[in-house]
Ligand binder design. Structure first.
Ligand code: BGC
Length: 418
């Protein structure tokens, strides 16, 4: 099997503002973290990886490891900390510096406009539960589109809208930790519109930029494959998590149970698709959200997840056939302290990417999640996804063995696994 990649293939790592920057005390996550019992071990994002101040050093490290791209997100609550009308020029300047630093090092910026965190004032107004609130998000996107025009070639509209919805309105892992199916469905529908609006704003401002959704896919397996009800449940979970959003932004039609509506402005609103892939789940009719991550003695990560690289191949093909646009693996990673496992995990997933490319899939980049051990939302700082460790006392960066293994793949531009 051919395991080499084209010269212009993008190799990088992915991050999100709240998980690494530190000091993001104006968003709904910060408020959530202050409530006892919400985050494992009572952790709080606090100063996180202090990336807000150490970004230049972090980027230089990635450059040394051979990366040629990097994924970040812009923290909306830094731009408009207290209300929708008062812009912080400091935030504008800060992100100019961050983006300039990436460009200077020839790390292609992949920039997400919304990665799970909302300004507190927006959350208090009902966040994405209310369609009329979309105007605030659009104002934010208009601002950043204008401001960073010409510097950013790849915009990521929204990070994992289905995961955001599921965790915020169904599993209670994310704020507002409400369990409400009608709310979840309403939010998902609003996020489809938010994504499409974001796409159009970015493209109107800079027609030469590429804008695309970042979509999470999880391989859904029936818990008992001989039970027809489990099979139906798995197919339903697959539709809801993996396909419904994609279907809407491809066709312009939102289908039940998310809604019943056709809107031409939603149609074909992804110049490329970002695929985030981690693991598979086993779904049971009595547990459609799928809390089972294994059936037997499979080895699990610090997140309780198993490794299933073939799923990446499966979803590259699914997206290829559904959307027919270039694909970037915008997240793929493992939480472990076993460096051999992480290096193998990376190799195996890149091998699956190569396999899909050999079959004709137009995959143009791979971003490992994540460059740094960071704040893993409700799991706190326990899970270690990074190829670079962070000493929690001193903030010192420690390059791990897997970072070197990944650097070697990049250098040779091939994974050489099989
Ligand atoms: C999210 C990241 C998260 C990662 C690992 C993705 O769903 O985009 O923010 O840290 O998964 O759980």
């Amino acid at each position: 099997m051919k395991t080499s990649f084209p010269k212009d293939f993008l190799w990088g790592a992915a991050s999100a503002a709240h998980q690494v920057e530190g000091g993001n005390d104006k968003n709904q996550w910060w408020a959530f973290e202050q409530i006892t019992g919400t985050i494992k071990n009572g952790d709080r994002s606090g100063s996180a990886c202090d990336h807000y101040r150490r970004y230049a050093e972090d980027f230089r490290l990635l450059k040394k490891l051979g990366h040629n791209a990097h994924r970040i997100s812009l923290e909306w609550s830094r731009f408009f900390p207290d209300k929708p009308t008062t812009l912080s020029r400091d935030a504008v300047t800060h992100y100019h510096r961050v983006i300039d630093a990436l460009i200077k090092l020839k790390l292609e910026p992949f920039v997400t406009t919304f990665h799970f965190t909302l300004p507190m004032w927006f959350a208090e107004r009902g966040g994405f539960e209310r369609r009329e609130n979309l105007k605030y998000y659009k104002d934010f996107v208009s601002l950043i589109a204008r401001e960073y025009k010409g510097k950013i070639r790849f915009w990521n509209t929204i990070n994992e809208p289905t995961v955001y919805t599921l965790q915020s309105y169904f599993t209670s892992e994310f704020p507002p930790a409400r369990v409400s199916l009608p709310k979840a469905i309403g939010v998902l529908r609003n996020l489809i519109h938010a994504h499409a609006s974001c796409y159009h704003i970015l493209k109107d401002e800079d027609p030469s930029c590429k804008a695309g959704l970042v979509h999470h896919c999880m391989y859904m397996e029936p818990r008992n494959r001989y039970n027809p009800l489990d099979r139906i449940a798995a197919a339903f979970a697959d539709w809801m998590l993996n396909r419904s959003f994609i279907d809407a932004i491809r066709t312009g039609t939102i289908r039940p149970p998310v809604g019943l509506e056709h809107d031409e402005s939603i149609k074909d609103t992804s110049d490329f698709i970002g695929l985030n892939y981690y693991t598979r789940k086993y779904v049971r009719i009595t547990d459609i959200a799928g809390t089972y991550t294994k059936t037997g003695k499979e080895r699990v990560t610090q997140m309780g997840w198993t490794e299933y690289p073939e799923g990446l191949y499966h979803f590259i093909n699914m997206l290829r056939h559904k959307l027919d646009v270039p694909i970037y693996i915008t997240e793929n990673g493992i939480a472990t302290d076993d460096e051999t496992w992480r290096a193998d995990f990376i190799r195996r997933h890149i091998a699956e990417t190569a396999r899909a490319r050999n079959d004709g899939a137009d995959v143009r980049g791979y971003f490992y999640w994540s460059n740094l051990d960071n704040f893993e939302w409700a799991h706190g700082f326990g899970p270690h996804f990074g190829i670079i460790g962070v000493d929690r006392e001193t903030g010192k960066r420690v390059v791990k063995k897997s970072a070197r293994a990944y650097a070697d793949i990049i250098k040779r531009n091939r994974c050489g696994y099989r």
